[in-house]
Design a protein around this ligand. Structure first.
Ligand code: PEP
Length: 255
């Protein structure tokens, strides 16, 4: 398999710095020398520095949950790609549905962030996904296509393989409602096709497409066994060491 599975934890606005460091230490300890799966944790900004130290020297990589597209300037409350790099972050979640719906992020803004992340050697985890109303209206693929193509506008073939896409049906995030394996694989296969059209099949086969939306140890093995599901972006189940490690183990089992 040319794509190594990846499990990324999105801790959202949870955990003080001290709590985040404790969780990161537990994850590092429990993972041991597990190396068949890439593991990324994305704590809140306030915990990035402490978690960077806690995962230093381990296989766990550090991600942020958002960033501004400019490198510096008068953008009160924002954080830039070079600032994240200076804390040894390697990944950044961009275009999460909570950013889109609660903070008004548009496809154009997500695109600027993607280009800035890549310019600064950060791997973007680009989130796309339809709302319940869009799924019920039969427009899932159209919505996912528009979000994916707009987010990746201007991304060259040479660098495209460092992008990670996360398909997250909005109706499945934090709701306990998981997409069926057929629903998820259909959209993942569709996204792979879009990537092949944009970058050619060889590059598309190297780009990882994660599933996100109420992924738990109980439903993960079946989802991760699908041919175009290359890992998970995990919210709720990433906040507790046991469930997170079980998800990493499920990904290892499906590799
Ligand atoms: C997420 O927010 O990216 C997510 C998938 O959350 P949950 O796992 O809690 O549904």
């Amino acid at each position: 398999m040319i794509r190594k599975k990846l499990i990324a934890g999105n801790w959202k606005m949870n955990k003080t710095s001290a709590d985040a460091v404790a969780l990161a230490r537990d994850i590092v300890f429990s993972l041991g020398t597990q190396s068949s799966v890439d593991v990324v944790v994305c704590p809140p900004f306030t915990a990035l520095e402490g978690v960077a130290r806690a995962v230093d020297g381990s296989l766990v990589k550090l991600g942020a949950q958002n960033m501004h597209f400019e490198a510096s300037g008068a953008f009160t409350g924002e954080v830039s790609a070079p600032m994240l790099r200076a804390l040894f972050a390697t990944h950044v979640i961009l275009g999460h549905s909570e950013r889109r719906t609660l903070f008004g992020e548009t496809d154009e803004l997500v695109n600027k962030k993607v280009l800035s992340a890549l310019k600064n050697q950060l791997r973007p985890i680009v989130c796309v996904g339809e709302s319940l109303a869009e799924r019920e209206a039969g427009s899932t693929l159209k919505v996912v296509q528009a979000q994916t193509e707009r987010a990746l506008d201007g991304v060259s073939k040479e660098i495209a393989a460092s992008i990670i896409i996360a398909y997250e049906p909005v109706w499945a995030i934090g709701t306990g409602k998981v997409a069926t394996t057929e629903q998820a694989q259909e959209v993942h296969g569709f996204i792979r096709g879009l990537l092949a059209k944009a970058y050619g099949d060889a590059v598309a086969q190297r780009i990882r497409i994660l599933y996100g939306g109420s992924m738990k140890p109980a439903n993960a093995p079946e989802l991760l066994a699908q041919k175009d599901i290359d890992g998970g972006l995990i919210g709720g189940a990433s906040l507790e060491v046991r469930s997170f490690i079980e998800l990493v183990n499920a990904a290892a089992g499906a590799s």
